[in-house]
Design a protein around this ligand. Structure first.
Ligand SMILES: [Zn+2]
Length: 417
């Protein structure tokens, strides 16, 4: 049985103050933050966060990949925790809110429950995942990925710094965050993550809350088009097998495939290599990449078919060969219907206008969704801009997102299962 939505409210000024204090660690001249994973500054931010959690009465544990879990006990210690959080690391030219917001929103939620003397059935855990950004140690979302069993622990710890080659494991040990706890393999009742949208949709719609129903699937391709190199002067037009002309038609087709599945499809060619890339030689070979995204697998399958057909037709029309190789397939991640409903109900109970939205980016919640019910709450960011030092968000929107998070978490933490 679920408890009724209580419609409690957090202290928005305290949330903002904590975000601004945290943003001083790694603050850049342009108003952003540079706090790379497992750097000294990341260690400093982690210690500030842990100090705040302990002051709020939480028990803090660190696992072997450096994920931090701050637990507020519930009435029934045998129940799995309701978890909420995000990440403290940033891009090299990152902002104050990407990741930090989700962690500070979790902290504010716990502080509010303390103020009210509110005891939940299930424990609540605030989590800070290691190396979400993947800019210093690729790939992204390593901490949550190891927790969810997507990567082996040893694989995660061995990720090299992209400049010096020092490993994530060595750097975690150096900053004091190679914890003793085993990673993952424990039940989580629910995982909620509050995050800035990092896109323009909510701001354009004038809405403070996005109810995130899932994350887009992605299919990446490498296409190689082969024709024949020949002299640009003596070769008559009808005799040419120009790989670049074929590739140009294929690239245009990629764009049309994206438009045909609007509004959710994205289709991008972001990398092209022409050879021999000489002004008076007809191109004999072109290599390019394709990035398809859509929230539904069935549509991605259709886009895949369309791509192969378009490439085949463009090639055969002028005597080329086209090889379309799928490089990576990340299936769409729908979030849990009960948690989505809890977020929607919490937004409605607070009187916040909201809309359903799909996450275009990867988040820790996407990996958590593989091992636990998961959902996300988006709030608008100014101009839709993120991964940028000018990233900004309005205090009232951050407060709204945190209020929704609080009441959605309570809905799950008071459900005895
Ligand atoms: Zn993030």
């Amino acid at each position: 049985m679920s408890a009724p939505i209580r419609n409690l409210q957090v202290n928005g000024a305290r949330l903002w103050a904590s975000l601004m204090e945290l943003a001083q660690i790694g603050a850049t001249a342009k108003g952003g933050v540079c706090r790379l994973a497992a750097s000294d500054l990341d260690g400093e931010a982690r210690r500030l966060f842990i100090g705040w959690c302990e002051a709020a009465g939480c028990t803090v544990r660190v696992d072997r990949i450096g994920n931090i879990f701050a637990r507020r006990p519930g009435r029934d210690a045998s129940l799995p925790p309701v978890m909420t959080g995000s990440h403290l690391d940033t891009q090299p030219t990152g902002g104050k809110f990407d990741g930090a917001y989700g962690v500070m929103a979790g902290l504010e939620l716990v502080r509010t429950l303390n103020d009210l003397g509110y005891e939940t059935e299930a424990p609540i855990e605030i989590v800070a995942w290691t190396n979400e950004e993947g800019s210093r140690f690729s790939p992204a979302m390593v901490g949550s990925g190891v927790f969810a069993g997507v990567f082996e622990l040893a694989e995660g710890l061995a990720r090299p710094d992209n400049v010096t080659g020092v490993t994530l494991g060595a750097e975690l040990a150096r900053i004091g965050f190679a914890g003793p706890e085993p990673v993952g393999r424990r039940p989580v009742a629910a995982y909620f993550e509050a995050h800035i949208e990092q896109g323009p949709i909510l701001e354009a719609a004038g809405l403070p809350i996005g109810v995130v129903t899932g994350a887009q699937g992605q299919r990446w391709y490498e296409v190689t088009v082969t024709g024949q190199e020949a002299h640009a002067g003596p070769t008559p037009m009808p005799r040419r097998r120009d790989a670049l002309v074929g590739a140009a038609r294929m690239i245009d087709a990629v764009n049309r495939i994206g438009l045909a599945h609007a509004p959710y499809a994205c289709a991008t060619v972001g990398f092209v290599q022409v050879s021999p890339n000489s002004r008076n030689t007809i191109p004999g070979r072109v290599f390019f990449t394709v990035d398809f995204r859509h929230p539904e697998d069935a549509v991605l399958t259709q886009m895949d078919r369309d791509l192969r057909q378009a490439c085949g037709e463009a090639a055969s029309a002028i005597g080329l060969e086209a090889e379309v190789k799928e490089f990576w397939h990340f299936p769409p991640t729908p979030f849990h219907p009960d948690l989505i409903a809890a977020v929607r109900a919490a937004a409605a109970a607070q009187g916040y206008p909201h809309q359903d939205i799909i996450s275009g980016a990867g988040h820790d919640a996407v990996y958590l969704a593989r091992v636990a019910p998961a959902a996300m709450i988006f709030v608008p960011c100014v101009g839709g801009i993120s991964h940028n030092e000018i990233e900004d968000a309005k205090p009232e929107d951050l407060t709204a997102g945190c209020n929704v998070l609080l009441n959605a978490v309570l809905e799950c933490a008071n459900t005895a299962s």
